[in-house]
Ligand binder design. Structure first.
Ligand code: GBH
Length: 481
């Protein structure tokens, strides 16, 4: 279960790329500098600070003012790739298609991209990592109005392709649509914080949000392939996250539950986007009319864009057990009537706990997830996020001697090697979450996911042992075959 496995430093292909990932709101700070507009995360953190441990991204890592230092850091780690996200409200402060463009925001990302390329680091750019402009939320509820959102998002994407597409060759439309839908519009622990207590119709709203995300993704893929790809020659896809799920017991009900849980997590988005078809049958049968319908025009768009897909972007951290609930599903159930846990029917833990309860070291589940995704979608996979906070990682000394993380990363890279060489799955790259400690959303600055430590009092960056380990292990692993 990962408790006592040795790290084997198994080989990786010569052209396998490694990188580090971040997201705008989690690192940039400079929250109203140079004309940036407000996002739903500014509102979420300031309106009710207890939702984010009293903390916010106003300053974060102040990356906005420390780009040169941070690019230098990456260069010293020999990363091939830097995956970052663009803050929509930095480029278009009010967010909409008729609103003014903030040239200072454009200049910031131009500078970042140029500095990366000067160090031969390839930018992988996420258009949306959870920070919708407050303006589009105020006007029409952002994702709640599919047509308005789609039009504004297309305009924003077009701006990014026009201004940055000569140098950016890999695009991600949305980071983790599942999280945006469920955590933003059902449990409400992430912005915009919609939940039953706030009067949200949690029976339908998350599925409407998901529908908007799928259709907006598809229309931006179409936009890129038609108008930009012929000259810019890049690729575009989406990043989906999921735990892997193992059955809670050997009962058929639990075996089915584990499969169904993955369909509700990944198939929800993956089937329409990568297969160009309706939501999974299991979702239709559990959710019935709660799930929106695709029109025939929309299905056609999905089919067309499904064939232009380039890779499956996988964010993955941990594995859980899935247990079929005996009682009928709750009216607003979003799981397929499943309970999740970290311990199975025999009391066996899925793996050693990290600095966060939900995140346990379980490399075997990672390998199984790559197999599940490959069998369903037959697409090359890029691991766009993976990493962890260490248990007790509060002081600098503990943080820098990050043994738990080193072991976790080592075992997860071994799982990729097995997926590639034993399971014959084309896994092309690995981006560690995260380059540096940062604002961990509802958990604030507590959990530290960085391979570089950030002292939030001084903003000083200190590479942890795991940073050195990654630099060295990629060098070694890629030389072995
Ligand atoms: C990613 O989300 C994000 O892309 C990134 O911004 C973030 O910093 C990183 O992971 C680390 O968390 O109910 O068991 O699912 C991962 C999705 C959603 C995982 C909330 C943890 C809560 C526990 N996260 N989830 S659980």
């Amino acid at each position: 279960t990962g408790h006592d496995l040795p790290v084997e430093n198994l080989p990786l292909p010569k052209d396998f790329s490694w990188g580090a990932a971040t997201a705008a709101y989690q690192i940039e700070g400079a929250v109203s500098q140079d004309g940036k507009g407000k996002s739903i995360w500014d509102t979420f953190t300031h309106l009710e600070p207890s939702r984010t441990n009293g903390e916010n991204g106003d300053i974060a890592c102040d990356h906005y003012n420390r780009v040169a230092e941070d690019v230098g850091l990456m260069s010293s780690l020999w990363v091939d790739v830097y995956r970052f996200s663009i803050s929509w409200s930095r480029l278009i402060p009010l967010g909409g298609r008729n609103d003014p463009i903030n040239e200072k925001g454009v200049a910031f990302y131009n500078g970042l991209i140029d500095q990366l390329l000067a160090k031969r680091i390839k930018p992988v750019v996420t258009l949306y990592h959870w920070d919708a402009p407050q303006g589009i939320y105020d006007r029409y509820g952002a994702f709640l109005n599919t047509a308005e959102f789609k039009a504004d998002y297309e305009h924003y994407a077009r701006l990014c392709f026009t201004r940055f597409g000569d140098r950016v060759k890999t695009w991600v439309t949305f980071n983790e649509p599942y999280i945006i839908s469920i955590f933003g519009h059902h449990s409400g622990v992430l912005a915009p914080g919609h939940c039953a207590e706030m009067g949200t119709d949690t029976k339908t709203e998350p599925w409407r949000v998901g529908h908007t995300l799928i259709l907006s993704h598809a229309s931006v893929v179409q936009l890129y392939t038609k108008e930009f790809q012929p000259s810019q020659a890049g690729t575009i896809s989406i990043v989906l996250n999921s735990h892997f799920y193992k059955p809670y017991s050997s009962s058929q009900a639990d075996v089915d539950a584990a499969q169904r849980r993955l369909e509700f997590y990944i198939g929800w988005f993956g089937d329409p986007i990568f297969l160009g078809q309706d939501y999974p049958v299991s979702m239709r049968s559990y959710l019935g009319s709660r799930l929106p319908q695709f029109t025939s025009d929309e299905l056609q768009l999905l089919q067309q864009t499904a064939s232009s897909k380039a890779f499956y972007g996988m964010n993955h951290y941990s594995t859980k057990y899935a247990r079929a609930l005996p009682s009928p599903p709750a009216a607003d159930d979003w799981t397929g009537n499943i309970e999740e846990s970290s311990v199975n029917s025999e009391g066996i833990e899925i793996g050693p706990v990290s600095g966060l309860q939900w995140l346990r070291m379980a490399p075997e589940g990672f390998r199984k997830l790559m197999n599940w995704v490959w069998n369903r979608y037959r697409l090359p996979i890029i691991i766009t996020e993976n990493g962890c906070p260490c248990p007790g990682e509060t002081q600098l000394e503990v943080a820098v001697n990050d043994e738990y993380r080193e072991r976790y990363l080592g075992l997860y890279l071994d799982a990729i090697s097995r997926a590639i060489y034993e399971d014959k799955i084309p896994v092309q790259g690995y981006y560690v979450w995260s380059l540096m400690d940062n604002f961990e959303w509802s958990a604030g600055y507590g959990p530290r996911f960085g391979i570089v430590h950030v002292d939030y009092a001084t903003l000083k960056r200190t590479p942890k042992n795991s940073a050195k380990y990654l630099k060295e292990t990629f060098q070694k692993r890629r030389q072995q075959l």
